[in-house]
Write a protein that binds this ligand. Structure first.
Ligand SMILES: *Cc1c(COP(=O)(O)O)cnc(C)c1O
Length: 477
């Protein structure tokens, strides 16, 4: 009998690689094997510790206050700042929205003002907490429009959001103007620096031109920054900072309304593994300020070289001059971006398709890591080949009957049988070779993505939820 760990390694070999700098979304790779080992060992050492009660596990409390302190130092925070380590960017965003809502119990139907490019985590928060999102279109450079955002603020607004940078386009919103407009009206302003928060301060230090966005900006009341992105920590940590303890207070939850221990939580989780916090603490300690500066130099060199290479390719263009380590690429009419993604995958590179949105065409997303730097030439060669292959392949066509169906129908009117039929037609289930009741994921996603891209937002959401439902049926004996 093969042991479980051997089996795990076999299973894992089918996943996207988390090292090697060729996976340009989902994972962030320092390229330093020692750092990965230290993070992994720290996670393992604390896998059984419980962050539920900081008095029972004082080492976790100490690590948390130190990690929050390091984040505060990096982000120009005043002495008054406080913070919490959460499980990820989404939890940081959820808590920022929840705290803003609960700071205003008198506001009956609370709202938050978001640039249209804000991360979907805010829509999740809206859904969970009943805070209405007021979406404000961004400018032609995909940066938020501060005047339009100011105009959208009203008596019901409990939170205003800016990104540093936005995930989809990698640009930093004009935080100074947005935060000033919020402060003038006494509204909280959250800067979502989940992806850029640990790398942008070093970009500034390296002399790159980054608009102000930290606590140095007056009116910024909270900032989220993920450690499991550009702090290169193992998955499962983010930091949510509030400018003052008063601003954080509504985030905390206590309950004595039951006969067990008095529940006292700073996050959405209660029992939580000490592993991710220990992993992040160990990686932060090991890299230190100098380590992060070196990694920032590497990642920005990679970004600049990728950008220069893309500028040489007539079929591709960078959507908006990136402020950070993310690139969004568009194609001209000669090739389909989803096919380019497939062709990259066939060459061992994962780049992420982004659907068309609000009149802008579909794009290709790259989250560049420090580990990509030694492979930039290979990346550009693969991209050139992928583009040539996509040009040769021609446009992706969607069956007109399917297109009409998904374009015209209200997903709320569809039955489970309708979804079965649609998922089959879309190529998302029942592909050749799949056993009874088993899903076979298509190797090439261009056709599926083209179909999803035609669907309305509501239909795309419903289709993918139906897909996930079928994907996650239990494996029984
Ligand atoms: C990644 C990201 C989030 C959500 O973070 P998760 O860690 O995936 O939960 C929120 N905002 C931005 C800008 C991000 O890039």
């Amino acid at each position: 009998m093969t042991d479980a760990l051997t089996q795990l390694r076999e299973l894992q070999s089918a996943d996207l690689p988390v090292h090697g700098g060729r996976t340009l979304a989902y994972v962030y790779d320092s390229g330093l094997p020692d750092i990965d080992r230290i993070g992994r060992e720290a996670v393992a050492a604390y896998a059984g510790s419980n962050g539920l009660d900081p008095t029972a596990f004082p080492s976790l409390l100490r690590m948390e206050t130190e990690v929050v302190g390091t984040a505060a130092d990096l982000l120009g925070a005043p002495e008054s700042v406080v913070g919490t380590v959460t499980s990820g960017g989404t939890e940081s965003v959820l808590l920022a929205v929840q705290a803003a809502r609960d700071a205003h119990p008198g506001v009956e139907r609370p709202r938050m003002v978001l640039p249209s490019t804000a991360h979907a985590a805010f829509h999740k928060a809206a859904h969970y907490f009943g805070v209405e999102p007021v979406l404000v279109p961004v400018g032609p450079d995909f940066r938020a429009d501060p005047a339009a955002m100011a105009a959208a603020m009203d008596d019901r607004t409990v939170l205003v959001v800016a990104s540093a940078p936005s995930y989809a386009h990698g640009v930093v919103d004009p935080v100074t103007a947005i935060a000033a407009a919020a402060a003038e009206r006494g509204i909280r302003c959250h800067v979502d620096a989940c992806i850029g928060g640990w790398v942008l301060p070093y970009a500034t230090r390296l002399g790159r031109d980054v608009p102000a966005w930290t606590f140095a900006v007056e009116g910024v009341t909270s900032i989220s920054v993920d450690l499991h992105k550009y702090a290169y920590a193992p998955k499962g940590t983010s930091v949510l900072l509030h400018r003052t303890p008063d601003l954080r207070r509504p985030q905390f939850f206590a309950s004595a309304a039951w006969p067990g221990y008095t529940m006292l939580n700073s996050t959405m989780q209660s029992t939580k593994s000490g592993g991710p916090l220990a992993g992040a603490w160990a990686v932060l300690r090991s890299l230190g300020d100098e380590g992060y500066e070196r990694l920032a130099r590497d990642v920005f060199e990679a970004v600049d070289r990728i950008r220069a290479g893309v500028d040489e390719m007539p079929e591709l263009a960078v959507v908006s001059t990136p402020d950070s380590t993310l690139l969004a690429l568009t194609t001209d009419g000669s090739c389909d971006p989803f096919t380019v993604c497939d062709e990259m995958a066939a060459r061992g590179w994962y780049v992420q398709p982004q659907m068309s949105f609000a009149g802008s065409p579909a794009t290709i997303h790259l989250s560049v890591s420090a580990a990509t730097l030694p492979h930039v030439a290979e990346l550009l060669a693969a991209l050139a080949e992928a583009v040539a292959a996509a040009v040769a392949a021609g446009p992706v066509t969607v069956d007109p009957a399917v297109a009409t169906f998904i374009g015209d129908l209200d997903p709320n009117s569809l039955s489970e049988e309708d979804f079965d039929g649609l998922l089959l037609a879309a190529g998302l289930v029942g592909a050749a070779g799949s056993e009874k009741g088993e899903l076979a994921l298509p190797q090439r996603m261009a056709e599926v993505n083209a179909m999803l891209d035609l669907a309305s937002a509501a239909m795309r959401e419903a289709l993918l939820v139906a897909f996930l439902d079928r994907l996650t049926r239990p494996t029984r004996r």
